[in-house]
Write a protein that binds this ligand. Structure first.
Ligand code: UDP
Length: 327
């Protein structure tokens, strides 16, 4: 069976990708330094502990597994941290990805699926973002991802490396079978933080700013279920296998939810009160990020089936309550 190298395969999105890859007839090889991932999330193929900054280790893993393609998820991805420590983000995300790309080329592994982000667009006056929108990242996280997109373009010209780049919006939910889910330490993302607050594991949720120019004053995001997201990744891999050209796809539903909308839905799904207070804005946050994802639907045949707010919170809540969340 064909092997696919999944960087960040022990992390939230990477582990879900590994599950779907293995169900789709591939062997996912999870490459992860466990800085934010969990070894027990690697359940669907071999685990290789390694850092993207370690070229020798990367070569060893390519030599051992001879992957036919790379799915590259491993990255630092917290907006607040990126504003505080831009050097960390540029070094880890960009230098690490460059090592990976150069090693893939060295081993003639020329199909590359890359996890990029809507944060590469920055704030654009609330317009719906399409793949052709300008990229004006507001922070080192978005800027580092945009730089990697550029590197992929250069390596296509010089080495024939073809890529599918997914710019995704906010990922939420968990494996509906309950085998894997979202687990960051520290947790910063809205939905898991909120579920923790509902459960009494933290004092409460702080809403970062209610003075934005939106109907209720809080930021608006487009949430997509992690299973729908990784489904697009497997389609992206097949797209490359069929010999198609490199392509960029947004992944979102086109529906915007404010922070207060998400709080309301969480209260309904869990049937519990959400303890929250209002705090100041968080540095680096965009007001509104909502996707136009027509291209993925038309060209990849992507059909998100689980990305309603209710289903995402239901699956996240099931995972949260399963006892596997706290380690
Ligand atoms: N948010 C919040 N309180 C939190 C975490 C997040 O108000 O404890 C807000 C955040 O400002 C943003 C939205 O929720 O508007 C989604 O943030 P998250 O960190 O989940 O994802 P991001 O959009 O930064 O990728």
């Amino acid at each position: 069976m064909s092997r696919v190298l999944v960087t960040g395969g022990a992390g939230y999105i990477g582990s879900h990708a590994c599950k779907l890859l293995s169900q789709s007839g591939y062997v996912p090889v999870a490459y992860d330094n466990l800085s934010t991932g969990w070894e027990d999330a690697v359940k669907f193929g071999p685990f290789e502990n390694g850092d993207l900054l370690d070229r020798v280790r990367l070569r060893e893993v390519f030599e051992t597994h001879k992957p036919i393609a790379v799915m590259h998820f491993a990255a630092l991805s917290q907006v607040g941290e990126a504003v505080e420590k831009p050097g960390l983000y540029w070094r880890n995300n960009v230098c690490g990805s460059l090592n990976l790309i150069e090693t893939a080329v060295e081993f003639d592994c020329l199909d590359f699926v890359f996890s990029s982000t809507c944060a590469t667009y920055g704030d654009q006056d609330g317009v719906t973002l399409t793949e052709d929108s300008d990229q004006q990242p507001l922070n080192a996280y978005g800027a580092s991802k945009r730089a990697i997109e550029d590197i992929l373009g250069d390596f296509e010209v010089s080495h024939g490396l073809r890529s599918v780049i997914f710019r995704y919006f906010n990922v939420a939910g968990a494996d509906p079978d309950g085998e894997i889910g979202e687990h960051h330490r520290p947790e910063t993302h809205l939905i898991p933080v909120m579920l923790d607050a509902i459960d009494g594991n933290r004092d409460g949720l702080t809403v970062f700013g209610t003075d934005y120019d939106t109907p209720d004053g809080t930021c608006i995001r487009d949430y997509v279920h992690v299973m729908d997201l990784v489904d697009a990744h497997v389609s992206g891999l097949k797209w490359l296998e069929r010999g198609n050209d490199s392509r960029v796809f947004n992944l979102g539903t086109g529906n915007g939810f404010s922070v207060l909308d998400v709080i309301k839905s969480s209260g309904i799904v869990t049937n519990k009160e959400v303890p929250y207070s209002i705090g100041p804005r968080r540095n680096g946050d965009c007001v509104k990020l909502v996707s136009g994802s027509e291209r993925a639907r038309k060209e990849l045949g992507w059909r998100p089936t689980r990305s309603t707010m209710k289903e995402m919170i239901t699956d996240a809540w099931r995972w949260h309550q399963s006892g596997q969340y706290e380690k």
